[in-house]
Write a protein that binds this ligand. Structure first.
Ligand code: MN
Length: 265
């Protein structure tokens, strides 16, 4: 059986720039994983095509809302016909009147690992530029599937980024950004299920000292987030003032922290 029969049946090789191989798909086997691609497809309705290399073809789903970033919100994924492996590098304009007419660009690509591959459930771990981590696709009926993002364990051993001393500025190659010296306290904020945890550069938990920042949890609802930033107190004239921050820095009592937050927010 040629797995690409449905794919070929929808396309006219003379009218679309998409790869339409004449030969049947090779029957390779890759039970442990392979390449993946997510293509942003501005067709009649915008969607993202998630494709996983599996046994000689790209097994595909169209995800109208894109890859979910919130483990609490699954996204509809419509199972579509297997695509040829060559499709993994395709970007271009599918002409009007052709199947899937519109612009296709690669949104992300990389390797994936297979954790489970059943007829109605696919568990994978993606290693891309934009998406990494565990995802599950599960069938809810016919072509209708759902895509679920697994909750990610926050990586251990992380420290806030610190300034380093160099004798010359970095090359002006567009890859660098300037950040002013804030005169504050460098910290990581771990946000999960609406809860915020702040960690200092010495890996001390400093959450209790800055009650103002619990608002980060409400602002990001169920999202999982890791922020690297600097805690500052603004003095007169709107400039960060380290002296004002000093009274806040070593507080470990919640009520004292709230009191000081009122004086030097
Ligand atoms: Mn598509």
């Amino acid at each position: 059986m040629d797995k690409l029969q449905a794919y070929r049946g929808k396309r006219d090789a003379a009218r679309t720039p998409e790869p339409v191989p004449a030969e049947p798909a090779l029957t390779g086997e890759n039970p442990d994983g392979g390449m993946f691609v997510i293509q942003e497809h501005h067709a009649r309705r915008l969607h993202w095509d998630v494709r996983l290399e599996r046994d000689g073809v790209l097994v595909s789903w169209a995800v109208p809302k894109g890859v979910p970033d919130d483990p609490a919100v699954n996204h509809l994924a419509v199972h579509t016909e297997d695509h040829p492996l060559e499709y993994g590098s395709f970007e271009g304009e599918i002409p009007r009147g052709q199947y899937g007419a519109g612009t296709m660009t690669i949104w992300d690509s990389g390797r994936y690992e297979t954790l489970k591959w059943a007829k109605d459930e696919v568990k994978i771990r993606l290693h891309g530029q934009r998406v990494t981590g565990g995802y599950t696709l599960f069938q809810t009926g016919g072509k209708q599937w759902m895509m679920h993002r697994e909750r990610q364990p926050l990586p251990p051993g992380l420290r806030p980024m610190l300034a380093a001393l160099w004798s010359t500025p970095p090359p002006d190659d567009g890859k660098w950004a300037l950040e002013m010296k804030w005169d504050g306290v460098r910290a990581l904020a771990f946000v999960e299920r609406g809860q915020v945890r702040l960690m200092s550069r010495t890996e001390r938990d400093i959450t209790v000292a800055y009650p103002e920042l619990t608002g980060l949890g409400h602002a990001t609802s169920h999202k999982q987030l890791l922020l690297d930033g600097e805690i500052v107190v603004f003095g007169e004239g709107g400039w960060p003032e380290f002296e004002a921050l000093q009274s806040r820095m070593h507080v470990s009592d919640a009520s004292q922290a709230r009191l000081l937050a009122g004086q030097n927010p």
